[in-house]
Design a protein around this ligand. Sequence first.
Ligand code: HEC
Ligand SMILES: [Cu+2]
Length: 349
Amino acid sequence: MMNRWHAAKRLWPMLTAMALLLSACGRADISALNPQGPVAEEQFDLMKLAILIMIVVVVIVFVLSFYVIVRYRRRPGDKSIPVQVEGNHKLEIIWTVIPLILLFILAVPTVKSVFGLATDYTKDNNAVQVIVTAHQYWWEFEYPQYGIKTAQQLMIPTGKTISAQVKSADVIHSFWIPSLAGKIDANPGSNVNTMYFSAPEEGVYMGKCAELCGPSHALMDFKVTAVDEASFERWVEAMKQPAVMPADPNVAAVFENQCLSCHAVGDKGSPLYPNLTGIGDRSTVAGILTNTDDPKYSNEGTTYDNLKRWISDPQAVKPGNIMPKVGLTEEEIDGIAKYLSEYKLDEKP
Ligand code: HEC
Ligand SMILES: [Cu+2]
């Protein structure tokens, strides 16, 4: 009795933690259980159908079991041995055919969806084409129709079909925007996976890497920002503008020498690593340090604070990422963080 009580007491914190954890489910910006847009809705419908069938089976099996246990239990004084039954064709056929029918009910819409969701929009000019490249531990988004590239924050117009061609520059990752669509693997080499989705509502949707890819896998977050079509077009134009360099010539020289060997702004720099054009507008630094005061996310600080923290020691934020700790003075870090935090595009996303 004592022991059982102790076990129950130990279960309480776990149950409380579970309740807290599960209470985050259903958030429209990150939950597959609160689907946004046609692709996610179709996938959620399949989940509901599967769960409904399972519930029906579980209820029938449990009711029958309890009925049999109670109705045919051994009564006091009864010493007889029940009739020994071996095989019953009728029953065997019933419990083979019913699951087959249930599987069929599940299989038809599932197979239909699997093929439907594999529709190839990569040649469709009405769709917004995005080449998604996963890197340890950041996301690169290239728009071949517009000749622009960005990182960590995928900008999309509402209502339009977004056609993604997903690949990896290193190990296997998985591209996942829970509330907009299911996951798809990002493979290295020439194996490009395609998917499509669309967001009917303006807003910010959280994305995640869903394949263990190294020490900072859990920090490989990104955002999808859906804006109306006119705003999207203005964003594209702003991204194409020539680079805005730091006004202070010392800061400009340090930035050019120490940072533009890897990064690009506007028409300057290298295309290899995250494009920093308009980074002052983004809602995160490195996808994981959340900027400013959105109460929905844990608030790490202003864009400027987060940039300073990142540039001072990127390895402390995301262990194992490729950006080195660049040897800069406090003043230089300050100047660059200020410059980048003020690097906004005309069109505020
Ligand atoms: C050797 C190449 C390299 C150099 C040099 C470098 N970086 Fe980076 N930087 C990276 C990589 C790679 C990432 C992505 C890290 C990650 O998130 O995994 C990154 C990420 C960033 C980010 C976050 C980008 C985003 O999309 O949120 C900022 C800001 C940044 N670097 C600024 C700088 C500045 C400023 C300098 C110069 C002082 C610099 N970097 C030098 C490779 C480099
Ligand atoms: Cu990853």
